[in-house]
Design a protein. Sequence first.
Length: 258
Amino acid sequence: MGGHRGRTRSEQAGGPLQALAPRAPPGKTVSAVWERLSPPALRVMQLADGEAERLGHLYLGDEHVLLGLLGHGDPDTAAVLNDYGIGLAAGRAEMDRLVESGVVPGPRPDDATLLRDLGVDLDVVRAEMEATFGGVAVAQATRRVMRRPRWKGGRRRTPLCGRLLLVKRALGLAAAFATEHGQPRIGPGQLLLGVLADAADPIDAGLSRRGRFELGRVGLCPGAPAPTRLIFRARGIDLAALRTSTEAAVRAGRRRER
């Protein structure tokens, strides 16, 4: 898992498995999916967040999850990806090329960093608010502010929201695959299947008008191909073939667990 310098802010703020849980409630669907992630899958998401932080991205996307999967080294998914000629170093190199070409944004300071430059430590503010009002109350208040009409100062993300979650669709697809095969938990293999299924569509597939606006805010272009699709294309990898191989590996791994 080399290449990560220390712990990410999310790992510093919480426990090893809970660190990446959405701070502001993203909705029942995403929360329900998140609760189904197995410990290895949660670790993948932590590594994905570390990749987003390494790149200075204000969002958590499928491309970061792919790098998290490559860094985690789950036996089944790593073997499949290695068979197709892509490892962590190659995945990072392709991501760096996408940054250099402007397909994905370069490093951008987030709100927490800007506030820290002004002497405001957002982690301390959050801890004090949650100690006074409770974590649920703070999350609910954050969501109410985001739901206000623009003319009342709402409809914007706040620093308490954390990174913009662009992995919701991939997580939903991963959950659907797990459910279809009678699996209560979502493992790294299902995460990879979700990423592969999502990669077949443009980056803004399934997003609302508000979601497309948020894409622009973090430096992405609505309607553009998914960065993961471009990574696989650059490596000469056929998405359909990789998905078939991943499905076979997931089924084989499930048989070994019985």
